[in-house]
Design a protein around this ligand. Structure first.
Ligand code: F3S
Length: 429
């Protein structure tokens, strides 16, 4: 019996792209394809690209070319941020048959074009769908950003802010749960702006409350917010145990002078006070962040202020990035670019700090029992171990005679192991 045709959906970039790829994969599956998430010979290909840095541009170009080479007669569609920054003609020159932007309608149209160009005509042997269970799904609630951070290309690639309705987000969450997800991460370019573009403006607490009321999602994360979004109305919702105690608040810098030059909408005092509000309302919460090392004009004292703020907040994870100038952003033409060697040295300090802060946060939970959503087995120097995440985003490794993928169990947390803690399944919380 002929098998279903294979569609390969390849993803670069951030959680927003993961959310878009899940939605594209869902549409392709409904159109009759077996969808895989790796590069292979396929009947239809979607490359979901990123353009956040020059390196991301290069990876996007390489992936489009590789997809074209591997599936010479298949239609190749390209979406994501690269087409907006490089232009449609440049993407077509790499071998793309169809090019689309990042909003829902454009991506729905893209899938229709693929299905028309490569209808489900079957093949001699079906390529089996990979047996991976996506325990964590990403769902997009908002697109675009009206801010103009000096370092960021994303407002150009994702356009103006546009919110999806609570019903649409809830529908996607239910669909993800039906596919086997146990946790959903709601994402957006500027999630704190959700609802303000609606005729009767709404705010993130309306979205969260609406999703909790309309779905049976067992674990919900909301990624990410800015300090000004951390209101008492928002925090009050965390009384619902389905909302995970985890807040991602991008910091970028702990220096007020640098934050002002970056055109961020908060200062260091505002950031500290948002973190304190979170700690008071949700004591075990993980606070995670992004930091840029070596933004133009960043002095040694500015950087020290960043280190001090990170230590004071006690982040569970710090994603550190060396500043990299991006054409067509204000920061690229700023004088006083920090020498690359200094950016590298500061990056090394940030990575060391991130490691230490992560260990300290984890050590605070040794000897406690927390709920873990188990994702998959990982190879470790001690042999295969099940890996999962606690509600407060700790990475946990455990042995189990039974498969754990997709299960939420209590786990007693022990000492440090790999990038997190050892755990043993059992106990109660
Ligand atoms: Fe990349 Fe676009 Fe996300 S530039 S990081 S895919 S918003």
């Amino acid at each position: 019996m002929p098998g279903r045709p294979v569609a390969s959906v390849l993803t670069l970039g951030c959680k927003l792209n993961l959310a878009d790829s899940e939605s594209i994969a869902g549409r392709l599956a409904a159109a009759g394809y077996d969808v895989v998430d790796h590069l292979c010979e396929a009947e239809a290909v979607v490359v979901n690209t990123c353009s956040v840095t020059h390196v991301a541009d290069r990876k996007s170009r390489r992936l489009i070319r590789a997809a074209r080479r591997l599936s010479p007669s298949a239609p190749v569609a390209v979406t994501g941020c690269y087409p907006r920054s490089a232009g449609t003609a440049a993407v077509e020159a790499l071998g793309a048959d169809f090019v689309a932007g990042t909003n829902e309608n454009e991506q729905a149209e893209l899938v229709a074009k693929l299905a028309a160009a490569a209808p489900a005509r079957g093949r001699a042997a079906a390529v089996p769908r990979p047996a991976t269970l996506h325990t964590r799904a990403f769902v997009k609630a908002q697109e675009g950003c009206n801010d103009v951070c000096a370092f960021c290309i994303v407002p150009r690639t994702r356009g103006r802010e546009a919110s999806r309705s609570i019903e649409a987000v809830s529908g996607d969450i239910e669909a993800a749960l039906a596919r086997g997800a146990r946790e959903v991460v709601i994402t957006g370019t500027q999630l704190g702006a959700w609802g303000r573009d609606r005729e009767s403006p709404l705010a993130p607490p309306d979205l969260i409350a609406g999703v909790l009321a309309r779905t049976d999602v067992p674990r919900l994360r909301f990624s990410s917010l800015q300090p000004q979004d951390i209101t008492s109305r928002l925090l009050a919702l965390w009384g619902d145990p389905r909302l995970m105690p985890h807040f991602h608040l991008a910091l970028q810098s702990g220096s007020d002078a640098v934050l002002a030059r970056m055109r961020r909408r908060y200062d260091s005092a505002g950031y500290r006070s948002a973190a304190a509000r979170i700690r008071a309302a949700v004591p075990d919460a993980a606070i995670t962040t992004d930091v840029i090392a070596g933004f133009p004009g960043e002095s040694a004292a500015d950087f020290d202020a960043t280190i001090e703020l990170c230590e004071d907040v006690g982040f569970a994870r710090v994603h550190a990035f060396p500043y990299s100038p991006r054409a067509r952003t204000a920061a690229a033409s700023m004088t006083a670019q920090v020498p690359v060697s200094t950016r590298k040295a500061r990056m090394a300090r940030l990575l060391a700090l991130a490691g230490r802060l992560g260990e300290t946060f984890g050590a605070g939970f040794e000897g406690t029992v927390r709920p873990v959503l188990w994702e998959a087995q990982r190879t470790t120097p001690e042999g295969p171990r099940w890996h999962g995440l606690t509600d407060n985003y700790l990475s946990v490794y455990a042995q189990s005679p039974e498969p754990l993928a997709g299960r939420i169990t209590p786990a007693a947390l022990g000492g440090p192991f790999e990038d997190g803690l050892l755990g043993s399944v059992g106990g109660s919380w």
